[in-house]
Design a binder for this molecule. Sequence first.
Ligand code: ITT
Length: 224
Amino acid sequence: MGGMVEDVPMRLLVATGNPGKAREFEELLREVPLEITSLDRVGCKADAEEVGDTFEENAIIKARSYCRRTGLLTLADDSGLEVDALGGDPGVRSARYGGPGYTDEGRVELLLRNLRDVAWEDRTGRFRCVIAIAWPEGQVRTVEGAVEGIIQYEPRGANGFGYDPVFHLPHLGKTTAELSLKDKNELSHRGRAAKKAVALLRETLAGQGPEGPEGPEGPEGSEG
Ligand code: ITT
């Protein structure tokens, strides 16, 4: 034991229990020169407790927890839908909206019920995503992305997951569930955050560790 294992590519654990996210990350992280692995493959349960009040806190909790348990460089995403007419709900509780026992479809129905008296122009909201990357040496960095939209009256489209069938993109006249995986990745909250994560990983792999000196623009830990 001991010493560097030079010929084994470094692994990146994409730590999510959500198959929809996993599919998107598989495509989004394609260019990263790391071997991508999953919680399933390393035999780790997706059971980190998301006790934070913000996407950033929860992303860090997840990345740190799975990094500690596996010893691997770990990427985790905390994301959700903020609806202005609901004061930002479901927000960090998007996956748990309505309590346990609901499916994605059930949560969408509940959301539409809670918005039934809200006019089109007031149905604004956004998907947000914070990605945290945790290094086994202890460093953590975060990046984020968002996309603005309108919550439709009725679900439409069969792609994606979660609230995609009711998330209407005004400039396309489509929901994110009507986009191909590739097209959604081009403009989604997760796609935008992932682009920054890829740049960060490339930088650190090129030798500038995550704790290296900040650039002239100052700290970049969690820019929007
Ligand atoms: P992991 O924590 O294991 O990654 P999760 O589904 O519990 O899986 P989150 O706590 O981050 O993940 O909750 C994200 C929820 O927000 C997700 O379950 C959807 O309901 C919603 N959401 C996030 N991104 C979305 C997207 O791209 N399209 C539709 N809904 C999305």
